[in-house]
Design a protein around this ligand. Structure first.
Ligand code: HEC
Ligand code: HEC
Length: 382
């Protein structure tokens, strides 16, 4: 056996040395982040996400429809008694939510009003996913007795009788079928959806940090506050938060259990996703019904009611979360600090036995909790 020359023996050692130097220098360049942490952070962007019109709504992306939708959104005449508009509970100055724990229309509702910002990107609508399109989620509140208490005939009559609304409606691409009352009410809902598609949220300090990280822009990375960065590392790391609050919208769009109770007053419970699947399957206004203008119905077709759906709620997006207090499906937590404390101390007894095992009490110290809140605050535009 011939012994390798001195130079040949040095080569592997040099390679190891280079690796050590690279490993030591690289994190300093990206604010102490390990490569896998960086990868997990990058998955929360870029923002905004590309959007495609809803193939199930012939008015999706139509500017004239959005104009009609805007007029309807602020019009209380859609409700029984004429006192409640969409904007009563989805207020523009409150990030299109209402700031109440549980919304009040004709009666008090069981749930917290979600922000409508970026709603166009969702797959299921409502905390329980009882609607599979933005337009169906816009028809539901009009007809719900305790919410707006309106009717199909009432919406149709309004569209026919009001000169401004009927003129706006005439400008829309014509429907393929007859224009009876029901078709007019569905058109109103589809126009409301076209309007809500225009409600999108802007870029945030987090996005500037994330894009700086992607581009190797050290100055942009350095501008991100140190406490928010520590909170972000908990979010993508030990906190497991990004398993559910995943992707650019900070939600994977499906339903989970994080140990928030589902009891309403007087022994009533909110069945969450289990009730949502039931309502969706009973509704004529889904992608499986005749009002679908050609959108993909696969996900709806494959829905299958399961016992373990009980008490699951949709993972909310965390964009603009600082502006949409109070929190959770029934608004039971008043502040972001309360939410973080919930995850820190979550009662494992409350998690469903067969639910996901992604949530465990994190036992965060006061500074760690404050850091996580500081991070969540960087998800709103300045
Ligand atoms: C009385 C208050 C109230 C009124 C009025 C109201 N909403 Fe809502 N909205 C809510 C609440 C509460 C929810 C959550 C419902 C649920 O989870 O079942 C909701 C959910 C939604 C959603 C689903 C959002 C998401 O992220 O899943 C859309 C879309 C929506 N509303 C649009 C409208 C439109 C359009 C109108 C008017 C036609 C309207 N809402 C009227 C309170 C209201
Ligand atoms: C198992 C999936 C899952 C994990 C892990 C998770 N969440 Fe959530 N998150 C949810 C669900 C589901 C809700 C809504 C629960 C409800 O209303 O009952 C929620 C609600 C929230 C809300 C309230 C938003 C609103 O608009 O009401 C915030 C803030 C939040 N989570 C932050 C976090 C943070 C921070 C972590 C990590 C410490 C985390 N979440 C981990 C699924 C998850």
């Amino acid at each position: 056996m011939t012994r390798p020359g001195r130079r040949a023996r040095l080569v592997p050692w040099l390679a190891v040395l280079v690796l050590i130097v690279v490993a030591a220098v690289r994190p300093a360049a990206a604010d102490g982040l390990a490569a896998d942490e960086t990868a997990r952070i990058l998955r929360h962007g870029p923002w905004p996400e590309p959007w495609r019109r809803d193939g199930g709504n012939r008015l999706s992306g139509d500017a004239a429809a959005a104009e009609l939708g805007r007029a309807l959104f602020f019009d209380p005449r859609l409700s029984a008694g004429g006192g409640v508009a969409c904007a009563t509970c989805h207020r523009p100055e409150r990030a299109w939510a209402d700031g109440l724990a549980r919304s009040v229309g004709i009666a008090r509702m069981d749930r917290n009003a979600p922000s409508l910002l970026d709603a166009r990107g969702r797959r299921w609508f409502g905390w329980d996913g009882a609607a599979d399109s933005l337009w169906a989620a816009s028809l539901r509140p009009i007809l719900e007795p305790g919410e707006m208490g309106g009717s199909v005939a009432g919406v149709a009559a309004l569209l026919r009788a009001d000169p401004h609304l009927s003129e706006l409606h005439r400008r829309l691409p014509a429907p393929t079928g007859p224009t009876d009352d029901l078709a007019l009410a569905v058109d109103a809902a589809k126009a409301l959806a076209a309007f809500q598609e225009t409600l999108t949220s802007g870029r945030t300090p987090f996005d500037r940090f994330r894009d700086g990280l992607a581009a190797g822009d050290a100055a942009a990375v350095a501008r991100y506050p140190a406490d928010a960065l520590r909170g972000l590392r908990t979010f993508v790391g030990r906190g497991n938060c990004s398993l559910c609050h995943a992707g650019p919208a900070f939600s994977h769009g499906e339903f989970e259990d994080v140990g928030v109770g589902y009891f309403l007053e007087r022994g009533r419970v909110d069945p969450g996703r289990a009730g949502g699947v039931e309502r969706l399957r009973a509704s004529p206004f889904t992608r499986l019904g005749r009002w679908n203008d050609g959108g993909d119905a696969t996900a709806t077709r494959h829905l299958d009611p399961q016992h373990r759906d009980f008490g699951l709620f949709r993972v909310p997006s965390l964009r603009n979360v600082a502006a949409t207090a109070p929190y959770m499906h029934d608004g039971r937590l008043a502040t972001l600090a309360d939410v973080v404390r919930h995850y820190s101390e979550v009662d494992e007894e409350r998690l469903h036995a067969d639910g996901s095992r992604l949530v465990r009490p994190l036992r965060l110290g006061p500074t760690e909790q404050a850091d996580l809140v500081a991070f969540l605050r960087t998800l709103s535009p300045e």
